[in-house]
Design a protein around this ligand. Sequence first.
Ligand SMILES: *Cc1c(COP(=O)(O)O)cnc(C)c1O
Length: 377
Amino acid sequence: MKKLQMVDLKGQYEKIKDTVTQSMLEVIDTTAFINGPEVHAFQKELEEYLDVKHVIPCANGTDALQIAMMGLGLKPGDEVITADFTFAATVEVIALLQLTPVLVDVEPDTFNINPEAIKKAITPNTKAIVPVHLFGQAANMDEIMEIAQEHDLYVIEDNAQAIGANYHFKDGATKKAGAIGHVASTSFFPSKNLGCYGDGGAIFTNDDKLAHTIRGIVNHGMYERYHHDVVGVNSRLDSLQAAVLRVKLPQLDQYNKARQEAAQKYTAALQNVEGVTVPYTEGAADTHVYHQYTIKIADGKRDALAKHLSEKGIPFGIYYPIPLHSQKAYKDDRYREEDFTVTNQLVEEVISLPMHTELDDEQISFITETIADFLKK
Ligand SMILES: *Cc1c(COP(=O)(O)O)cnc(C)c1O
């Protein structure tokens, strides 16, 4: 059996090695390391793929979120509602900008932000909602957009984990995750579904004015050379990373399909195992691109299973082990435990299995049989 890995970057690289090294060498040859033609070409190609008017590349997914919030002109004291069950980057940038994070609970089946909890958290100071499309599946954007419209709020999609996923609206329309809200962010961190070979990120929007504002912010607030109209940041995607992403973007649908196929095999083998809850997908299979394949383990057996997997040489991840509202940096007297019952339970039950584009049947069988055998005991 091939060595089990949580993410197999090397196996994927081997298949595109010639093209990707050639592209990188060409960038080095031209020495256009910053804002070279590769960055611009990638931007255009991603705009087309996502069907959004503007993609603004930047240095990483965390910057992308921060810059989106700066672009919207959010001010200290403005309240921003986001999910309690997510990677800390989301709440981190809210706090860094001195906005007020308002964490709310998620749904037990999709792990995504709960629209009812959003409604309850809205106050006159609320300015934005940040749904995180967790583990590769878009949040309930039908309801979130409706709530936003009713209360005149911005929607900033954190799409770091769901690039390429489709979202099917109740009225039959389909859009790519990240092309729905006022603005969205993504990350090209190597292990993400569209990963580069270092750090990278991007902001998407259909709003011309906001796109213009953001293009200045990423470049020190400059709209005209050496005229600094607003406080900006330095956040760029390297030409070398853009060259990698230009090779990988045309493969993204295939990569996501490989993840979906692996997920189907996991689910087929695990769905009838007592004590396991397999991931839930709403409707069509293309709505989930499985950044993670995350199951829930009942009866307090998660940690024992994790230990057993370690002993068998099976990698796993616990995403996420601590609710954000309980993290030292983000604790707040306003939060009440009874408002986070789902997150508090998920952190005890979730476990993510190896998920990448190179998983084979033998590996999946070994992993699922090991889990089934352990839980039978
Ligand atoms: C990875 C990730 C980020 C941050 O992206 P970086 O490129 O690592 O800065 C933000 N939000 C979520 C949900 C992520 O998974």
